[in-house]
Ligand binder design. Sequence first.
Ligand SMILES: [Ca+2]
Ligand SMILES: [Ca+2]
Ligand SMILES: [Ca+2]
Ligand SMILES: [Ca+2]
Length: 454
Amino acid sequence: MRASAPLGVAVSLFLTACASAPGSATPAADLTAIADTPAALDVFTPSDLAPDTAEVVEIITPADATPALDSADAVADLAPPDVNADASPPPADVATLDLSPIDAAEVSEVLDAPDVPAVDSGPPPPTCAATVSITGPSTDAFFALGGPITLTAMVTSVAVAGLSVAWTVQDGPALGVSVVKVDGTTSLDTNAIPAGKRVLVAQVVDANGACTGGAATSTVTVCKHEVKADFNAALDPLLWVTTQDAAWDPGGWIEMTYPQKSRQGAIYNALDYVQSGDVSIHFQIATGGGSDPGADGMAMTILEASKLSELTALLAVATGGGGLGYGVGGKYGAFTGHAFTVEIDTWYNQFNGNSEFHTDPTSDDHVEVTLDGDPGKSVGFISVPELEDLAWRSVDITIHATHLTVRIDGKVTIDGDFPQLEFRGGYIFFSGSTGYYTNYHRFDDLHILHGCVP
Ligand SMILES: [Ca+2]
Ligand SMILES: [Ca+2]
Ligand SMILES: [Ca+2]
Ligand SMILES: [Ca+2]
């Protein structure tokens, strides 16, 4: 407003001078119009800008820029009342876990307490002394899972009255307690030994606990798979397969050849693949009654075949005579896989490159171990007395890892480690043969245990 005042004064002075001038028509109206023009200048006066400036100033006033209330809230969050809220009430639970002087006192109390001498004293001292030995089963015996298995022991003591034997499986179940008889013997029937090679523990005890020196251990092998056949009835062809000249005999056994020349045969179980690992094979044989001096013998073979048809094909071309009906490898056939055989050989073969392709290690009747279906690939043998009397004899073959034992009528013949055995499982078959000379070759009472793992 002050800027316009000097202009208004100047116009007034100009109007005064003109009004006095003669000849002018309407000078007052024009001057009035001119006098109105300064109003247009008001548009650019600071008064128009002022409100904007004021608004800007207002926007940036400390009242807006300063988050007074927010800061206050933030401070309120960090305020000591919250901290005090967490820390102030001392929780009873935490206090019990703290290593406070009270706890330390308790610890020292425990360490000093008269309980400690009790721990050092251990169980009450034995009131008996005894020695014990496990007399059965033998350490290389095999059993079917579920038993029963009879455990026997002999106990020696100044006085056996009141003594018992507590039987357990190491890292396994307790089996039971058997009373020691006056003669020192004791026995327990059990069906609770788990599958696998197990360590039995026998501990002599009396009413107060274990006796001094009264413990012994032994191993027992328990197997999950069992094949058992007495061949007293005609064969189930889905279970048992005979090849070539072998046949079931109404006497209740398998006859491989009958006393006829150049015959051979075998029998196998169509469903049972013997698993790798420990295995026990029991059977009975009888041979003799043929043309003197009799020939050729029998054999048990476990052969690694990928499928049963492979075994069937091999047995169709197996060599008889000196090949005992199992000769399928080496100079006796095209088989190149793994197999092992236990021979019961009653005829002395000598290599001639024509009909005989190996020389037997002895001219005696013999038990011999050969590999890979080759009667010439011998890894061990033992001479045995004449077998050709047609008497029944039991044959027991056990394999623990690479340790092979062969018993005839309970008497050990072959017994040793055969690293070449490499027994990895396979089909098992039994065979026999004749040549120029003959014999019956009878086979009966088969019992196989395998799958002897936990
Ligand atoms: Ca029988
Ligand atoms: Ca003989
Ligand atoms: Ca022979
Ligand atoms: Ca032989």
